[in-house]
Ligand binder design. Structure first.
Ligand code: FAD
Length: 456
């Protein structure tokens, strides 16, 4: 390993990009190795919400029961597919154990600082070198039934009491006034004014350009296979290129940010990596092309918990390179535990349009056509951990290839960001840069320790 060896980042999603950003800011040389294309996986077509309000994780009371019932309901928005997968069963058992209020609060205490730090960092990033249709317009939760509206009041109480993060309550008529695009007669809503949103694929394009301008070397079509370790350090990364040829690159440190595929590195890292792919879908309706009445487009993003759909308006614009982006409405959601299956079934997209059309004046069925860019129908694998908390930091002692060359102390993981990878990316990247360079961390890294699932 030479003095000028880079920090090698495995994975060019939003987490890998943020790690590269803050590592270059700290003066480090960085190489990103991406097996496919930078920004094309889960960070591409997600809902674009930056949600510091999402403090409580998906393992909330009642969710596991809903998942079990879905075994017999192939069209449920939260779905556990019946399949032989002992790894997923173990993951589910660990998830089920945490579907209670104390565990949700513990996870909330872990992710709250990371969400808050990331939200503040986005103000600087979006106000500076990154173009991404960023808008700090808040997030509205809208409810059709009085029961569901009222029961969200309990979540609001928990968030107010434990995290000082209250929402503004909007009763029926107030809600219609606040968001005129909503159908009349809804029960009410809760508004989080600190949330924001952006257009994820635009962010990733812009981040790519900015990283290249900072001197980051980005190598696409390079699938990392493992690490060489010598004298307690990872000194090189082994990879295979798009033609199947093997190669090696020297490394001063390695950060594995491979999203839902991070378990592929479990053996080489020497820690349990219980990250399961939680498949979600999005459908982007372009206002002109899909004949959406601009009056039906909400002013700000919304979550519709009764139908489990997120709705994000994208204003559109013209990029620095002159590319025109049409105004659009993105619908997203569904949580499907069905392995690594990339298919996009129309009936799953119909869950999004049917759900959202109960609240907004939009078509109840997805458009029959596909957008020429291929961008309007999308699925991605969220990197889900059983406790809802990401894995960020050094592994206790990675084994490298074959485990014969000693354990490495310069292997890091930044993965398992669940439903909030976009919302937690800048804080994660900054924390990784601090840990790699030995600077004082701006957050306590203890709750994110990648070794926590390997103990006992
Ligand atoms: C429908 C949906 C909506 C969502 N909405 C939101 C939202 O509104 N707000 C929010 O905060 N989050 C949202 N998320 C979650 C968010 O998209 C993810 O948490 C985030 O994108 C994860 O980023 P990542 O960089 O870890 O993973 P990815 O973006 O998947 O990147 C990982 C990269 O690693 C690469 N890789 C894997 N293995 C290797 C290897 N061996 N060698 C080289 N490269 C490798 C992959 O090709 C990939 O490019 C949503 C997710 C979905 C599915």
């Amino acid at each position: 390993m030479s003095d000028t060896s880079p920090v090698v980042i495995v994975g060019g999603g939003v987490i890998g990009a943020a790690c590269a950003h803050y590592l270059t800011e700290a003066g480090r040389k960085v190489v990103i190795l991406e097996r496919d294309r930078f920004g094309a996986a889960c960070s591409h077509g997600n809902c674009g919400l930056l949600s510091p309000s999402h403090i409580l994780p998906p393992a909330e009371p009642g969710v596991f029961g809903e998942a079990l019932k879905s075994l017999f309901k192939p069209n449920a928005p939260l779905r556990l597919a019946p399949r032989f997968d002992p790894g997923l069963w173990r993951w589910m058992a660990e998830f089920a154990r945490r579907c209670n209020e104390p565990a949700a609060l513990a996870a909330g205490r872990a992710i709250h600082p990371l969400l808050a730090s990331s939200r503040a960092l986005y103000d600087r990033l979006a106000g500076g070198e990154l173009e991404c249709e960023f808008a700090a317009d808040g997030l509205l939760f809208a409810f059709q039934s009085a029961g569901a509206f009222k029961s969200f009041g309990h979540t609001d109480e928990l968030l107010s009491k434990h995290f000082n993060a209250p929402a503004r309550r909007l009763d029926g008529a107030e809600l219609s006034e606040f968001e005129p695009a909503l159908r009349p007669g809804l029960a009410g809503g809760w508004f989080y004014e600190g949330d924001a949103h952006l257009r994820p694929n635009v962010l990733m394009n812009s981040w790519r350009a900015s990283l290249l301008a900072r001197g980051v070397e980005l190598r696409e079509g390079i699938a990392v296979k493992g690490f060489r370790t010598e004298n307690g350090r990872a000194t090189a990364v082994h990879y295979e290129d798009a033609h199947g040829a093997a190669g090696e690159i020297e490394a001063d440190a390695v950060v594995v940010a491979a999203g839902a595929l991070t378990p592929d590195f479990q053996k080489a890292l020497g820690v349990r990596v219980p990250v399961a792919p939680g498949k979600g879908y999005s459908l982007t309706l372009h206002l002109d092309e899909h004949e959406i009445d601009p009056a039906a487009v909400p002013k700000r993003p919304m979550l519709l918990p009764e139908v489990r759909v997120a709705v994000t308006p994208h204003a559109g614009g013209v990029s620095a390179s002159g590319e025109r982006r049409p105004a659009a409405l993105r619908l997203g959601s569904v949580m499907e535990f069905a392995g690594y299956n990339p298919s996009i079934a129309r009936r799953r997209l119909a869950l999004l349009t049917r759900g959202a059309s109960r609240f907004l004046d939009i078509p109840a069925d997805p458009p029959a056509d596909d957008h020429p860019t291929g961008d309007n129908r999308w699925a991605g694998w969220r990197p889900m951990t059983p406790d809802g908390v990401p894995l960020i930091g050094p592994v206790p002692g990675g084994r490298g290839v074959g485990g014969r060359n000693g354990r490495a102390n310069n292997l890091y993981v930044a993965a398992g960001h669940n439903m909030l990878g976009l919302s937690m990316a800048p804080g994660t990247g900054r924390l990784i840069a601090e840990l790699v360079t030995g600077a004082a961390p701006h957050l306590d890294p203890a709750p994110y320790a990648p070794g926590r699932f390997s103990r006992g």
